[in-house]
Design a protein around this ligand. Structure first.
Ligand SMILES: Cc1ncc(COP(=O)(O)O)c(C=O)c1O
Length: 293
């Protein structure tokens, strides 16, 4: 589960937590985020679980898989045109029984509006709604269990680094990691204006902010799902050297960030760093890349 990657000349040693290998149905951070939500939906007697995402969303893909496995009906509110060709992600989701509810770009932008959600709730009266990216307190609490996979709750590490889309996974990890470990989140989109506040809100819901985390906004590469050539080259070399596939949207950027920080001597000499591989390999298909064996 934890794989050694390299020791830099400064003595900084980097390991990787392979969440990409934990669950074939909902790999990466997904099972952790979704399970508490699915249990809540079941407890509430919801007739279906609805969430939001784009055509290559790892979150929708995993929700469809978990829904099928647990016999829970799922609906995806997708940012796409009904007449566009189905992405492999949505094709899988549909094959697993997920209903696709298409939203135009302008409607999709309203996904957090109370009025828009009220309209959707009227359409699906007994549905359980999960926000885009599984970003709610239950999802964050579930991500706290990721730390169970790290011996000693991570106390051997000075720093844990992971990619952030909404910051929910970081909130969970920061809430349960051993005292003294600092957690660095690498936003994969331009998120200076909102992500830290969103994480604080989640941490408050989980019982309080321990002040053991920060975001490093240098590595988003310009936009969500945009991988600049330097990062793409790095990703290819990494995969070749370590035999670990990365996803171009999340862990490629986090891994590049770790390497840059090692090269710039930003970690204390001789300290240990844990990079979390949060999965998302199915999304490689959107980049014309294979998803491995
Ligand atoms: C593969 C992968 N890694 C990381 C993340 C980021 O997680 P979060 O939104 O909790 O920050 C996501 C999005 O959920 C993801 O799909």
């Amino acid at each position: 589960m934890i794989q050694y990657l390299y020791t830099a000349p400064s003595g900084v040693a980097v390991d990787i937590l392979r969440l990409d290998t934990v669950d074939s149905l909902a790999p990466g951070n997904k099972w952790f985020k979704l399970l508490p939500n699915i249990l809540a939906a079941e407890k509430a007697g919801a007739q279906c679980v609805i969430s939001f995402g784009g055509a290559y969303s790892n979150h929708l893909h995993a929700l469809a898989a978990v829904g099928k496995a647990r016999g829970v009906a799922t609906v995806a509110c997708v940012r796409a045109d009904a007449d566009s060709v189905l992405s492999p992600t949505l094709q899988d989701a549909q094959d697993w029984g997920m209903a696709l509810h298409y939203l135009s770009r302008s409607d999709y932008r309203r996904r957090h509006d109370a009025a828009f959600l009220a309209e959707l709730k009227a359409e699906y009266p007994s549905a359980y709604f999960i926000p885009e990216g599984g970003s709610n307190a239950l999802g964050a609490a579930g991500c706290g269990n990721i730390v169970d996979l790290i011996p000693g709750a991570g106390r051997a590490y000075a720093t844990v680094v992971l990619a952030c889309g909404t910051g929910t996974t970081l909130a969970g990890v920061a809430s349960t990691i051993a005292d003294g470990v600092s957690v660095i989140g690498i936003p994969v989109l331009k998120a200076e204006k909102f992500m830290a506040a969103d994480i604080s809100t989640l941490l408050t819901a989980l019982g309080g902010d321990r002040g053991n985390w920060r975001l490093d906004h240098r590595f988003h590469g310009g936009a969500y799902a945009r991988l600049p050539p330097s990062m793409a080259e790095y990703m290819q070399a990494f995969e070749h050297q370590y035999g670990v596939l990365l996803d171009p949207v999340y862990t490629a950027k986090a891994s590049y960030a770790v390497q840059s920080m090692v090269d710039n001597h930003e970690f204390a000499q001789g300290s240990r760093v844990l990079l979390i591989h949060t999965g998302g390999l199915q999304g490689r298909r959107g980049f014309g890349l294979d998803v491995g064996a």
